[in-house]
Design a protein around this ligand. Sequence first.
Ligand SMILES: [Zn+2]
Length: 170
Amino acid sequence: MKPKATHKGHCQVCKSEQKLPGGVIARHGYKHPEGSHSFVGTCQGSGHPPIEVSRDRIEEVIKMYQIKIGNFEKHNAEIVAGKKVGSAAGPYADYAEVFVENGFYCYKRGPRSEILCSVLNPESDVGIFTVQRSRTVMALNEGMIKQYRLGIAYLEKLYADWAAGEIQPL
Ligand SMILES: [Zn+2]
């Protein structure tokens, strides 16, 4: 158990105000303050010092996003090279479950079981399906790359504009 929070501060990644149990930002969900990009799940700023104290986490998250972009680009390059089809391997492990519903191919994503469907014909032969599924996954990968690029642009500005501040008592 972390010591009870006595102060509050702002998250390095999403800038939201949070309590500081043990001097670090409480666990919280991600909500982008300016709506330019969106990710779901726990904010990467959780468990790190507030922005008033440090900007180190911003730099780490930028590096994480760059690695993720690299993985998506690599996956797409492998699909283009015919080394992989758009299976749920690699960076798309989240989409491991693929099923057919009302004529759509659907991908069940992650622990929240978010469902994403694409306009694929279930009557297609395996070859066409493979090509279509590859295109679908490539488009999904491109979408993620775009999101992470927006995220990086936002975080780079936050990093450049950073100035130390005071955390406030609760
Ligand atoms: Zn946050």
